[in-house]
Design a binder for this molecule. Structure first.
Ligand code: SF4
Length: 231
């Protein structure tokens, strides 16, 4: 298990996102590791650079950028949960990037590939193989309501960071799995979820929805985190 906790591996053929969420950890990682990633690309392939723009600057600025050496990564044989794109949002991918990734995924039917986005409409644009789980992230009730009204075919929901109370949202089995996490890092004025907010969400288990609490909830919930996986 890696630091993310609910997946075995991450797969990041693209870095970058045009949103500007104040809690974004990926942007900080990109800034910090842009130079080593650039050097790795130079050494390995650099086929993703088409001769225009400034590749290193794009990585640093967190503009959606294809990273061929990451795409070429080999997956293990053992069936695993692989989170696609922890370093951005797939709604900003170019269509040809997604096509290449979905083609590769089809070669690994033993694995489960988990996608997350804040814009569920991107899922309408592609045909995902059966070993893909489509998820959305929702940090507050508005984001959550938007997708439940518009899009039902969501396998899991990541509520991370949890920024507000989700009153009475889950009255039936809309999805299979809820991941809950708190904002991490040393940001001033960060929102720490209240225990009651988490308790309310945990009620989704009454409807057969699995719950996975990330380690970031330990200071609020205690050591006995609920860490379930759906069937
Ligand atoms: S959508 Fe995700 S990757 Fe994009 S800025 Fe927000 S937290 Fe970062």
């Amino acid at each position: 298990m890696n630091k993310i906790g609910w997946c075995d591996y991450t797969f990041n053929p693209v870095w970058g996102c045009y949103r500007d969420c104040p809690y974004c950890y990926a942007r900080k990682i990109a800034k910090r590791f842009a130079v080593p990633m650039f050097k790795k690309e130079l050494r390995n392939t650099f086929t993703s650079w088409n001769g225009t723009g400034d590749y290193l600057n794009n990585l640093k600025q967190f503009r959606p950028t294809w990273i061929e050496s990451n795409f070429q990564k080999k997956f293990p044989r053992k069936p695993s949960r692989i989170f696609v794109n922890s370093m951005g949002d797939i709604s900003y991918w170019q269509p040809e990037w997604m096509k290449r990734v979905l083609k590769k995924i089809k070669e690994y039917p033993q694995h489960t590939f988990l996608f997350l986005t804040k814009n569920y409409n991107v899922y309408r644009d592609y045909s995902f193989p059966r070993n893909c789980w489509l998820g959305i992230t929702a940090t507050d009730i508005k984001e959550y309501c938007d997708w439940t009204v518009s899009f039902k075919n969501i396998r899991f929901v990541s509520i991370e960071p949890m920024l507000n109370f989700f009153p009475n949202c889950f009255k039936k089995k809309y999805t299979d799995w809820i991941i809950i996490g708190a904002e991490t890092g040393n940001k001033k004025n960060k929102i720490i979820p209240k225990r009651e907010w988490i308790q309310e969400l945990v009620r989704v288990r009454d409807f057969g929805i699995s719950v996975f609490m990330k380690d970031s909830l330990k200071p609020i919930w205690g050591e006995n985190l609920i860490q379930e996986f759906p069937e």
